[in-house]
Ligand binder design. Sequence first.
Ligand code: COI
Length: 362
Amino acid sequence: MTTPTIELKPTANPLSDAEREAILANPGFGRHFTDHMVTIKWTAGRGWHDGQLVPYGPLSLDPANMTLHYAQEIFEGLKAYRQPDGSVATFRPEKNAERFQRSARRLAMPELPVETFVEACDALVRQDRAWVPAHGGEESLYLRPFMIASEVGLGVRPADEYLFIVIASPAGAYFPGGVKPVSIFVSEDRVRAVPGGMGDAKTGGNYAASLLAQAEAAAQGCDQVCYLDAVEHAWVEELGGMNLYFVYGDRIVTPALSGSILEGVTRDSLLTVARDLGYTAEEERVSIDQWQRDAESGALTEVFACGTAAVITPVGTVKRTSGAEWRQAGGEPGEVTLRLREKLLDIQRGTAGDEHGWMHRL
Ligand code: COI
């Protein structure tokens, strides 16, 4: 596999310091983008080439671009954090790079070398480092690497040309309420992914498939939809864009990877962080009936959602399609949830030791 070097092109009209600072004061999620982006091309027979760091701007796509028709698209999400000494570090970028390769394989796309993925993210963060929010708060710089087919044509087959891009967006809390508990609607009829399908790949199609159920959750007054497995409609899988954890006192449990669950980097990191803090952390199948029963009996003390964008967000209320409804931890953020959240954020913000070598310093 060829590894392109990334060339720097001159910046066109970056925002002024004052404009950027105004955005950083209240970035929201995914609303503002930094001054640059990285692009790398792939062509059959030639491999990866033409890595460039260019001003952020629109793409020009032929109407017959294959992604627009057959959705060969994959993406990632990772964050850069301002450290106490003013430097910047990203969190486990190699994990995202490896998942990006797995997603590429599933969608018959070329695999970007891990070091090229990391170098592309580094190049963008280095160039736009003024966009990394100040140390200490909830804010970070969210990186969105993605790949689309760039070939033009309507034949259904893997494309012969692709475009890898990294963009960056300053991010505050994913949910407007911050750490306020979210409400979950358990969709017992719609499914997100099926065995043998694409559920463990990070591809836009999975998110498109989640939108109707997400809208139905919103119509029920809930913030997020939770999916069950597609065969028995019994086993808890994940939310529209996040993994789930169940807290049983000092034991935490996340649904075991089933092939149709996305293997979240935050999910994986929390198994380790929880063990470091003395909790037992396990991956197991959890049924929706068990969830309801254990919540009602009090054995299940807390539930939280986790993901790069959402970090760790407590679950407050749960509603099933059948009409059953219950509250978790009295509808308040639970103690274990908050402890895990603080520990993970402390590692990411550089205020706790990085015992596992997760921070990638730039
Ligand atoms: C993330 O947590 O990075 C995600 O990809 C979830 C969502 C914003 C799509």
